[in-house]
Write a protein that binds this ligand. Structure first.
Ligand code: ZN
Length: 83
């Protein structure tokens, strides 16, 4: 059965379970989840590549891409790219 990734829609309204996202095994016939099974906060399904190099490398890629788009505010309308 396929594994689906979910994450909280809002960071404020989430518990430890859904705040950083979680994986759940579902039948392709099951309806997609719209709420966290633990706290009931709205969640959305995250589309991920098939099960090759899952988990750790995926998180690393996420952190890397987040770092590349991080901008530090220098002053009025001035931004410096952070690497
Ligand atoms: Zn939750």
């Amino acid at each position: 059965m396929p594994v689906y990734d979910y994450e909280a829609v809002s960071c404020e309204a989430s518990c430890a379970h859904c705040a950083k996202g979680f994986e759940i095994v579902q039948s392709i016939h099951d309806p997609r989840l719209t709420a966290c099974p633990k706290c009931g906060s709205p969640i959305r399904r995250v589309i991920t590549a098939p099960a090759i190099g899952r988990s750790k490398s995926k998180l690393d890629d996420r952190a890397k891409s987040a770092g590349f788009t991080k901008l530090k505010r220098l002053g009025k309308g001035e931004y410096e790219k952070m690497y």
